[in-house]
Design a binder for this molecule. Structure first.
Ligand code: G6P
Length: 334
């Protein structure tokens, strides 16, 4: 089927703006609000025969490449919190290079938009040989990873043409949040938390209408690592994009912002609506306010200004935004 750009100039731009719809499709039929006496719950049909085994695993390993690996990283806290099972992350090629140990008691989750990435596929063969339960999270029905895993969830984000993954990334995070809810089951201790997340998932497509921004290039560094090296680079010439939306680490982020202000870094701070005053203490900076949602879903919101930043920078520099040089949408060789 021919996919058109419609009113958009580029596929990446179209796919960024499509996210309220793609996320709605990802969640369709999977979130149950229930009546007054029926708790909110999640139904992932592709996993229903395997949930018990997943809950009994000693470890859940997420395996992927590129953006898919990063989506798993973003979802890791909620997976750990709701499953209560140790959750580890592996870049597929690195796992294979090390021949890292995988056991029968492990659940290995393969995250891949295309479902055809060679490194991820090879890691799947390796996990199958070692007897792990293998789960696929892909956007492509009938893909190699969807076929070879024991069970899985399709993200249903619709075809993604731009090489830089945008809407598949947010749908992957939402699927992994739903996976965390499904593994968490009906534990009474976390019922209120689960219901708040489900409510926030319903709200997500509305919260996603974030304004466009066109700013500067950035490179990701965890705030806790700043003092272990990167702080040495900060001066009045260094533009720094700080993500400081409101969560349990907000006060730590505030102190990092103050350290950056003290070193005269050129800050652009992304914060939750209403927090602008507290992030400008200690120096001036550009502020982007975004809607606040449940902490585990905040990455789905926060990524949008960054997607737009990447998009506009690339277009302004005159590069091909849908097909960056030297990169392929799907890397099917090692
Ligand atoms: C390629 C693409 C990336 C993508 C990665 C993994 O390198 O350029 O955008 O994240 O493959 O692809 P997958 O289809 O497995 O998610």
């Amino acid at each position: 089927e021919q996919i058109h750009k419609g009113k958009y100039e580029h596929y990446m731009q179209k796919e960024i703006h499509e996210q309220p719809e793609s996320l709605t499709t990802t969640m369709r039929g999977r979130l149950i609000r229930g009546g007054s006496c029926k708790a909110k719950t999640v139904l992932l049909g592709g996993l229903k025969d395997h949930l018990k085994t997943i809950r009994r695993s000693r470890r859940i390993i997420f395996i992927g490449c590129g953006t898919s690996y990063n989506a798993a990283l973003a979802a890791r806290p909620i997976l750990e919190e709701l499953s209560g099972i140790p959750v580890t992350m592996e870049i597929a090629s690195d796992l294979l290079d090390r021949q890292g140990p995988i056991y029968r008691e492990d659940t290995a989750v393969f995250v891949s938009q295309s479902g055809e990435t060679a490194d991820t596929l090879n890691a799947l063969e390796y996990a199958l040989e070692n007897g792990a339960l293998c789960v696929g999270i892909t956007n492509t029905v009938g893909s190699a990873i969807a076929r070879k895993t024991h069970c899985g969830v399709h993200i249903n984000a619709g075809a993604e043409i731009g090489v830089a993954s945008t809407k598949a990334y947010t749908s992957q995070i939402v699927v992994m949040a739903m996976l965390a809810l499904a593994i968490g089951g009906d534990a009474v201790s976390s019922q209120a938390r689960r219901e708040a997340i489900i409510e926030s998932l319903f709200e997500l497509p509305r919260a996603l209408k974030v304004k466009e921004v066109a700013l500067m290039h950035s490179e990701g560094i965890l705030a806790g690592e700043m003092k272990h090296g990167p702080l040495a680079l900060v001066d009045e010439n260094l533009p720094i994009f700080v993500i400081a939306t409101h969560d349990a680490c907000f006060s730590k982020q505030q102190s990092v912002i103050q350290q950056l202000h003290a070193r005269k870094g050129r800050l652009i701070v992304m914060c939750s609506k209403g927090d602008a005053a507290s992030v400008t203490v200690g120096g001036s900076c550009r502020v982007i306010e975004v809607p606040q949602v449940e902490d585990c879903l905040q990455p789905v919101i926060n990524i949008v200004p960054l997607q737009l930043l990447a998009y506009h920078l690339t277009v302004l520099r005159g590069f091909n935004v849908d097909q960056p040089r030297n990169l392929a949408k799907s890397v099917t060789t090692e």
